[in-house]
Design a protein around this ligand. Structure first.
Ligand code: NAD
Length: 363
């Protein structure tokens, strides 16, 4: 952090709906900092993504990477465009490169619906669910150090877990469950009934659990867990899972909150963190003013909370709560219905409502 309580933020609008949701979120963050006082932001805009690759031949320029490395936090909208690909057919995904380069092993994906958004699950016990999926984010089936192979007869991918990374990841989860102070439970979501690699994962999970006496550890196979998320989600507290499983389950979690536009996330490592919505660049609605910016705003609130804890800034923590309350208040009368739920509240309407609520919340 700069000496005058100014957080340096690397800002990646990325592709598709990225531009539409980034600038208004930046303005909300400046608003909340001004309201709370005691801190400010130094915004450092970074060009990267699929459109950048198409124009300049590079997806994540060195300068953007350096800015990200030097920043106090990284705020990113979404990257990738299905039609823009590397010569080997892979999509451009600098958000994955950032995770690998900066060691962002814990993908934190809260599943906590905004109270005024129409509930998706019918059971009233599911209306105020509040749990977190931790998606392991640098290994598993996405591990860059374990590329697959392909020839005309067969295609292989490799699933990799290392002991060091598993230990750090599980410790992160047990600490989080303790700090949340809810059910104080961490569930390993794996497939150890079929794959020995998940047996390795689960053994380390229970080894690390011994260091956290006030938090319970249990486990569930990933297929059964998908059912639990729908049938009795109130039993979940913190659930930790492999990269690919987490990718899939967190979209299910988003759907259970009303849609991808409501699902925030954070990719956290020991020294860096990226905050970004769970969704992609949504090219199908880009430029139409339909994108729901709530996930981006809630990701910004997660960034404030993380900065507050990391830099011992009570003001940033207060700002995080104020921004969350502003979102809740904006949706509270159930008039704001976004496109995922069949409504006509677009990007501008949601931002205006949140800005208005923010001006009125007590800080
Ligand atoms: N973290 C990331 O940057 C990230 C994540 C996922 C996908 N992607 C990339 O994004 C591109 C599009 O991928 P996709 O279509 O599979 O996933 P997507 O998340 O972009 O969209 C899936 C569906 O959800 C809708 N949606 C997404 N965000 C929304 C929002 N804020 N408001 C309202 N509706 C929203 C879209 O309109 C679409 O119908 C691809 O290039 C993909 O690789 C990037």
């Amino acid at each position: 952090m700069k000496s005058n309580n100014t957080f340096r933020i690397a800002l990646f609008p990325g592709d598709g709906i990225g531009d539409e949701i980034t600038e208004p979120t930046r303005m909300l963050l400046d608003d909340v900092a001004a309201r709370v006082g005691g801190f400010a932001f130094d915004w450092q805009s970074c060009a990267a993504g699929a459109a950048h690759y198409r124009e300049h031949g590079t997806a994540l320029p060195e300068e953007a990477m350096r800015t990200a490395q030097d920043a106090d936090a990284i705020l990113l909208a979404a990257m990738g465009l299905p039609e823009v690909r590397y010569p080997d057919g892979r999509e451009i995904a600098p958000q994955l490169e950032l995770r690998f380069e900066l060691g962002l092993y814990a993908g934190v994906r809260p599943v906590k619906p905004v109270p005024g958004v129409r509930p998706i699950l019918a059971d009233p016990r599911a209306h105020d669910i509040d749990y977190v999926i931790i998606r392991e984010s640098v290994e598993g089936l996405f591990a860059p150090d374990a590329p697959g192979s392909i020839d005309e007869h067969e295609a292989r991918e490799t699933l990799l877990f290392t002991r060091d990374n598993c230990e750090k990841l599980f410790d992160f989860c047990f600490r989080l469950a303790g700090e949340r102070g809810g059910q104080r439970k961490v569930t390993s979501v794996d497939k150890s009934n079929v794959f020995p690699a998940f047996g390795f994962w689960r053994d380390i999970f229970y080894e690390r659990a011994k260091g956290f006496a006030d938090v319970r550890a249990d486990h569930c196979y990933v297929d059964a867990f998908a059912m639990v998320m729908v049938q009795k989600p109130w039993t979940i507290d913190v659930a930790v899972t492999e990269n690919m499983f987490g990718d899939i389950l967190s979209d299910l979690g988003a759907a259970l909150m009303g849609g991808l536009g409501y699902a925030p996330s954070a990719d956290i490592g020991d020294d860096h963190a990226v905050f970004q919505p769970c969704h992609g660049s949504a090219p199908d609605i880009a430029g139409k003013g339909l994108a729901n910016p709530t996930a981006m705003i809630l990701s910004a609130a997660m960034m404030l909370e993380w900065l507050g804890m990391r830099h011992d800034s009570g003001e940033a923590g207060i700002a995080a709560s104020a921004l969350r309350r502003a979102v809740d208040d904006a949706f509270a009368d159930r008039q704001l219905v976004t496109c995922e739920l069949g409504g006509d509240a677009g990007t501008a309407a949601v931002f205006a409502a949140v800005k208005d609520s923010l001006a009125r919340v007590d800080v």
